[in-house]
Design a protein around this ligand. Structure first.
Ligand code: UGA
Length: 443
């Protein structure tokens, strides 16, 4: 099958690489010439386990190609995936300018039947908007060509994107057209062998399914963070509570880890966008607004705990940071709790000495060279000569630590753990003061 993908960002690139790997012919189009040149050289713009191998293999066998030429991209695929960015607008709603620019380009260059597939996370009603945009451009051209627009949201997690694409729980397709359904079925047939994963529904429901899934997951996290904050104040241990509630299959163990707040490119943006969408139809989504507010507050807890532990005396202190990315196995620092912490520390006159297994370049790109940011090459180097330690991301490499050694490295024996990695008893045995999330024992 011939497939065009607009946008070689995270979603577009993973989709292109995976679809070419099961035998489809894929052409990825991006307006960024430098990026396309890098990709043609096998140089990945993002870190994602397994992606580089997949891209190189399929570029070598000729099934995955990259271009900056819109006309040939539109001419190529029967399926035209739109996977460009939808950055949040000032008011939190999704900015659709890139999606609609692709729609216009498709309208300008298409000469036969196409199925346009919205892959980017877009507000309910966008497929309709894309359809109308293409229709108007075709009308201007005086062309009467048939096409369908469907919604096919992605459910990829960063760090596990290829696995999620290949073994995902479901493939949602929103369309009312039988012709589009058949083509989408053909596209996903390689992933649909063991049991029926394709779920067809109307376009608006498919669009809302994506937001509902992310908002539900974000709600679970904010809920747990709220209970963790309560546990601290009530003398309870959130880890015991987590086991206790997770054992009820209606609640389950997944996604109920308390921490220093959710980050990344999806949950914060999608919860805000859905809240905004609700407002636009005259509905005040109170729960969603609270999910966001709890998360904002949670991101501030790392700094608050540290400031309290150091008697608010942060000026001139050097704080070691383990983990910069918003979660392990990615170099993504978008909306990462580490950023709120670093920025608060700098404002308070402290220096940061940070280590992350993958996000060092990203951190340098975001913050540039500055005297109060020292990026080092190992977790050991980060704590050497530092005053206190804060853990922001639960990378594997931080899981096992000799606490007696750690005590010797830190000028003030304070560890703030935003991910509850250790048993409070073990840490305290070594003479460290341990501040985790929702653990009365750690206060
Ligand atoms: C999320 C969803 O999990 C994917 O299903 C979805 O496709 C994707 O957004 C998207 O919309 O594209 P992602 O943002 O990559 O994926 O990351 P997650 O693994 O879901 O983690 C999100 C955040 O929640 C992280 O900051 C993580 O630390 C936090 N989290 C997660 C918790 O604090 N506690 C948990 O129990 C789980």
């Amino acid at each position: 099958m011939r497939i065009t993908i607009f946008g070689t960002g995270y979603v577009g690139l993973v989709t292109g690489a995976c679809l070419s790997d099961v035998g489809h012919n894929v052409l990825c189009m991006d307006v960024d010439e430098a990026k396309v040149a890098r990709l043609l050289d096998g140089d990945m713009p993002i870190f994602e386990p397994g992606l580089e191998h997949l891209v190189k293999r399929n570029v070598a066998n000729g099934r995955l190609r990259f271009t900056t030429d819109t006309a040939s991209a539109v001419a190529f695929g029967t399926l035209q995936f739109i996977a460009v960015g939808t950055p949040p607008d000032e008011d939190g709603s999704a900015d659709l300018q890139y999606v609609l620019a692709v729609a216009r380009a498709i309208g300008e260059h298409m000469n036969d039947y196409k199925v346009i597939v919205d892959k980017s996370t877009v507000p309910v009603g966008t497929a309709n908007n894309v359809h109308e945009t293409i229709r108007q451009v075709l009308a201007k051209r005086g062309c009467d060509l048939d096409f369908n627009v469907c919604s096919n949201p992605e459910f990829l997690k960063e760090g596990a994107a290829i696995e999620d694409f290949t073994y995902g729980a479901r493939i949602i397709v929103g369309t009312e057209s039988e012709r589009a359904k058949e083509l989408m079925r053909e596209c996903y047939a390689p992933y649909n062998r063991h049991h029926e994963k394709l779920m067809f529904m109307d376009v608006r429901s498919a669009e809302l399914t994506k937001y509902a899934a992310n908002a539900m997951l974000a709600t679970k996290i904010s809920f747990m963070n709220e209970i963790a904050n309560l546990a601290e104040r009530l003398g309870a241990d959130i880890e015991a509570v987590r086991h206790g509630i997770g054992s009820d299959p209606r609640i389950g163990y997944h996604f109920i880890y308390p921490g220093c707040g959710y980050g990344g490119s999806c949950f914060p943006k999608d919860v805000q966008a859905l809240t905004r969408t609700a407002q636009q139809v005259g509905y005040e989504a109170e729960l969603l607004a609270s999910v966001e507010a709890v998360n904002q507050r949670q991101k501030g807890t790392l700094f608050n705990k540290l400031a309290q532990a150091l008697n608010r005396d942060l000026t001139g202190k050097t704080i070691a940071l383990w983990g910069l990315s918003f979660k392990p196995n990615t170099d993504d620092m978008r909306d990462a709790p580490s950023r709120d912490l670093m920025e608060s520390l700098w404002t308070a006159g402290a220096k940061v000495r940070a280590y992350d297994p993958e996000a060092m370049n990203e951190c340098r790109r975001i913050y540039g060279d500055r005297d109060d940011l020292i990026l080092v090459k190992s977790r050991e180097d980060a704590v050497r000569g530092a005053d206190a330690l804060v853990i922001c991301t639960e990378w594997k490499v931080f899981r096992s630590v000799d606490f007696y050694w750690l005590k010797q490295q830190l000028a003030i024996p304070v560890v703030v753990d935003g991910r509850n990695l250790y048993e409070p008893y073990d840490v305290k045995q070594a003479g460290l003061l341990y501040f985790a999330v929702g653990r009365a024992d750690s206060l």
